[in-house]
Design a protein around this ligand. Structure first.
Ligand code: FEO
Length: 171
């Protein structure tokens, strides 16, 4: 039986995942404005994945017969003075999201909500990958050591990133 505290936290997480999509779309617009189309592509696809994460939580609530509640999504307000800053902010944001999902898992465990515990494991694993990708982006950027040629090579590689759906399996 899914616990009310867990349902409330999942509704909050739906809002956070949609905010993540909005934040990354804002970063994509920043890079596009700089002419770094590959970085823009990378973050636009990341925004699509975040929407999937939100939809995954929505589907879970529907699966257990609960109507999801959609909340207001804040406007992203971060400003950046160089192309490295969004990468650092993205890592910080993923660390925040990881803590948020870990908190839902801990509450589900305390409330003996085993179905939610099982469901949330997909998101715990996904966050491991999300933090690794965010870290890798910073490492790769730092390897350019200010070389515009090296930055454009990474940009061209990031142009190749394609979207693949990122949902937990409910079957
Ligand atoms: Fe939905 Fe980037 O985690």
């Amino acid at each position: 039986m899914t616990n009310k505290k867990v349902i409330d936290l999942i509704n909050l997480q739906i809002q956070r995942e949609f905010y993540s999509a909005y934040l990354y779309l804002d970063m994509a617009l920043y890079y596009d404005d700089l002419g770094l189309e590959g970085f823009a592509n990378w973050f636009e696809i990341q925004a699509q994945e975040e929407r999937d994460h939100a939809i995954g939580f929505i589907r879970y609530l529907q699966h257990i017969g609960v109507k999801p509640e959609l909340a207001v999504i804040d406007k992203p307000t971060l400003t950046y003075s160089d192309p490295r800053e969004p990468l650092v902010e993205a890592l910080k944001h993923e660390q925040f999201v990881t803590k948020s999902i870990e908190n839902i898992l801990e509450v589900a465990q305390e409330e003996k909500d085993h179905l939610s515990v099982h469901f949330l494991r997909w998101y715990i694993m996904e966050q491991g990958e999300e933090e690794k990708n965010a870290n890798d982006n910073i490492t790769r950027y730092d390897l350019t050591k200010g070389s515009r040629g090296a930055l454009l090579r990474i940009d061209s590689e990031y142009k190749q990133r394609t979207y693949s759906p990122s949902f937990p399996d409910l079957d």
